[in-house]
Design a protein around this ligand. Structure first.
Ligand SMILES: Cc1ncc(COP(=O)(O)O)c(C=O)c1O
Length: 409
């Protein structure tokens, strides 16, 4: 009889108990009810306090001077781009391995995304590619800490400085990640976060912008609040949208934040165990260990699968066998962004000034992102909250498939 669960054998992981996400406790209920019963649901009415309290807590947690809470992580990037004075027709560098919002925020303000390749090991922006893609219209870079794994600032910052670019850190995945002891999001000019439901810190929806720069922060406050200064209801100083966070989100995020570090600590312990277990499995690789990453935050947890160590078994067939063993997985962002139906030269030209220089996205081929999208196997962060025995059983599932790969090809 076969050992593989796919062929009727016993599962390597029986009933993997991945905790449901998001998690709710009494403090969450109390906070949300407090906001509800206060009758103050909008931060700009009466004596609102929850959103401001969350901003203060997030700024403290990051040792940042300013935090401006907004409705979601997409609008956070749009606000950040406008804080950095991006104008229609300007070019902004973005990685092609990320959620679409990193690039669509650029087109929503009439600017042109130009894709830079990613490092095939870290899945983050490759600094060399940044230097190669800069043109005389390039004003900045929106880099992403994919899966919560920090970008390599030691290599990136000199390139950004040399070309006089702004750096926005899209830290949507990186609540709690640190580079050399500093929380990510505070190292570039502006950092943005998402608190959408699947994130490690969630308010259902939500986002925030952080910066240490007083002038940028002042502009951010105006831009997130249809151009007005708080307290001056009908006086507007910028043409801008309403990106405000509700008091309910602020209240929920305050209580959720109290648990973030303990949850991240558990994820870190489990990641270390999983890494150690996977080290001996040829063809499965985790992102490099790096002493400069002094703390990890998480969103998706990514590995790479090399089919040549599994006698050519395709990634999808491997994942099917893994799922039968009781381990659900995904394929990360699956497509280079320039292969998304929405990224044609024509569709972007329709959104930007006539004289903008729009790349022929469809003919792009960037080797780093193409390797990553072909090889990634991803897990959602709640998987790193399971018991240690389950983490070890997950690694057993990988080993079992490799041992029996002949049956699958
Ligand atoms: C890397 C990245 N940037 C931006 C966003 C946008 O955040 P939101 O969904 O809160 O608008 C997401 C959302 O998943 C994301 O993963």
């Amino acid at each position: 009889m076969s050992e593989l669960a796919l062929h009727g054998g016993p599962q390597a992981v029986e009933e993997l108990e991945i905790p449901p996400w998001p998690q709710v406790n009494d403090q969450d209920r109390e906070n949300v009810l407090d906001a509800l019963d206060s009758g103050v649901w909008c931060r700009s009415s009466g004596n609102a306090e929850w959103v401001e309290r969350f901003e203060d807590q997030w700024a403290d947690y990051h040792d940042a001077e300013h935090a401006i809470a907004v409705a979601n992580g997409t609008i956070a990037i749009e606000v950040a781009l406008r804080m950095c004075d991006v104008r229609p027709g300007d070019e902004v560098l973005v990685p092609p391995y990320t959620f679409i919002a990193t690039a669509s925020a650029v087109t929503s303000i009439g600017a042109v995304p130009r894709f830079v390749d990613v490092d095939p090991e870290t899945h983050n922006v490759d600094p060399e590619s940044v230097a190669e893609q800069v043109t005389d219209k390039t004003v900045g870079l929106v880099g992403v800490h994919i899966g919560g794994y920090p970008m390599n600032f030691d290599e990136l910052l000199p390139v950004v400085e040399e070309h006089d670019l702004f750096l926005i850190e899209d830290a949507a995945h990186a609540q709690g990640s640190e580079w050399r002891g500093e929380k990510v999001g505070t190292i570039g000019d502006v950092g943005t976060f998402s608190f959408q439901q699947t994130k490690a810190l969630s308010g259902g929806e939500g986002g925030i912008v952080v910066t240490d720069d007083e002038i940028l922060a002042e502009r951010g406050h105006l831009l997130h609040n249809i151009g007005r200064v708080s307290g001056k209801a009908y006086r507007h100083y910028e043409l801008a949208s309403n990106a405000r966070m509700t008091e309910f989100q602020g209240a929920l995020l305050c209580s959720q934040l109290e648990r973030l570090e303990a949850q991240n600590e558990k994820r870190r312990e489990n990641e270390a165990i999983l890494r150690e277990e996977l080290e001996s499995i040829d063809g499965i690789s985790a992102k490099p260990e790096d002493d400069r990453i002094t703390a990890r935050g998480y969103c998706i947890f990514e590995l790479q699968y090399d089919s040549s160590s599994f006698e050519g078994l395709s990634r999808d067939d491997f994942r099917e066998a893994l799922s039968a063993e009781g381990v659900p997985s995904g394929t990360g962002y699956t497509y280079p962004m320039y292969d998304q139906p929405t990224f044609s030269r024509e569709s972007v030209e329709a959104l930007v000034p006539d004289d903008a220089d729009v790349p022929a996205y469809r003919s792009l081929h960037l080797p780093g992102v193409e390797q990553v999208t072909e090889r990634v196997i991803s897990f959602s962060h709640p998987m790193l909250l399971v018991e240690e025995a389950d983490i070890r059983a997950i690694a057993d599932a990988f080993r079992k498939i490799q041992r029996n790969v002949d049956e699958l090809i």
